[in-house]
Design a protein around this ligand. Sequence first.
Ligand code: NI
Length: 138
Amino acid sequence: MKVTVNRKAHFNAAHRLYRPEWTDEKNLAVFGKCSNPNYHGHNYDLVVSVTGEVDPITGFVMDMKVLKNLIKTEIEDAFDHKNLNVEVPEFNETGLNPTSENIVVVIYNKLRPRIDAKHHLKVTLYETPRNFVSYSGA
Ligand code: NI
């Protein structure tokens, strides 16, 4: 019997989407308001979903306190009230554009090694209430 447990989390972060080799005009055409050179913020909502067998002794798939703390230390502490382009190594050291697609993959890659390999992991990231992305590896 496999069940999915879900934990919601939240962080505020600033970003700018741009290619440094492009003109401001081309960046505006491709990335719209998200190319604003002075950065801007989003209220990101996150859903972390872990699927696995229900342990017959505890009745848990995984301990939600553990999942809550993992999301806090790995994601919220790293991203909340940060400028993703400037302050977060996964973006500033690589030049990776902090799009929702790239952020959700970064989050997945940070959590995956810390969740039991026998569990399936899926991460869903909302950049706005209507725009969201999800990633579950590969
Ligand atoms: Ni944006």
